[in-house]
Ligand binder design. Structure first.
Ligand SMILES: [Zn+2]
Length: 186
């Protein structure tokens, strides 16, 4: 299910600082569980750059519901989006509201419009529905970020991969390493 970029479930992947790479890289979550107080994930993760496996404890931000107004073709609908309180949201960020992929067009903090803000300060998010071209761009971008859940949204364009017999068991686990069949030679 697509619940949005941020979820309280154990994610398929996390961006963490890798000791080996000495920078923030995408880590596949091999095993993970939510801690007792619901805001900590204890996880065994694998760096997708160097392959190093380690265990880590990640503090998950408390989440909150933020009103989001999604406009599409001249009409708009008001939804709610669950986001981590400590997340920073910026104009042009891509999100999934309900099951609609959207791009943030404006952020209101109180009466003011700002380019970026901490989620806990936001009163309303204004967003536009993606067109198809934007979605494709977003998917490419998101392969490099934490939002592997969104890969599910690209199911139509990835269907050929999905039929490969050696598909990894979890769809979102490692998009960069997803098996790709070589082009057929005539
Ligand atoms: Zn690494």
């Amino acid at each position: 299910m697509i619940e949005g970029v941020i979820t309280m479930n154990v994610p398929n992947a996390l961006q963490l600082t890798c000791d080996e790479c000495q920078e923030v890289t995408m880590h596949e979550v091999l095993r993970g569980r939510i801690g007792k107080d619901q805001d900590v994930i204890e996880a065994t993760v694998k760096c997708l750059e160097c392959g190093k496996v380690c265990t880590t404890v990640v503090r998950e931000a408390k989440s909150m519901k933020v009103p989001i107004i999604v406009s599409e073709m001249g009409s708009s609908q008001r939804l709610e989006l669950e986001l981590g309180e400590d997340e920073i949201l910026a104009v042009d960020d891509e999100l999934v509201a309900g099951d609609i992929p959207v791009i943030v067009s404006a952020i209101e903090v109180g009466e003011r419009r700002v380019r970026r803000a901490m989620v806990r300060d936001i009163s309303t998010i204004w967003a536009k529905r993606f067109d198809k071209v934007r979605v494709r761009v977003a998917i490419n971008k998101l392969h490099k970020t934490i939002s592997v859940d969104l890969e599910a949204y690209s199911g139509a364009s990835l269907r050929r991969d999905a039929e490969a017999p050696d598909l990894p068991p979890r769809s979102g686990a490692s998009p960069r390493h997803a098996p790709r069949r070589p082009p057929a030679l005539a």
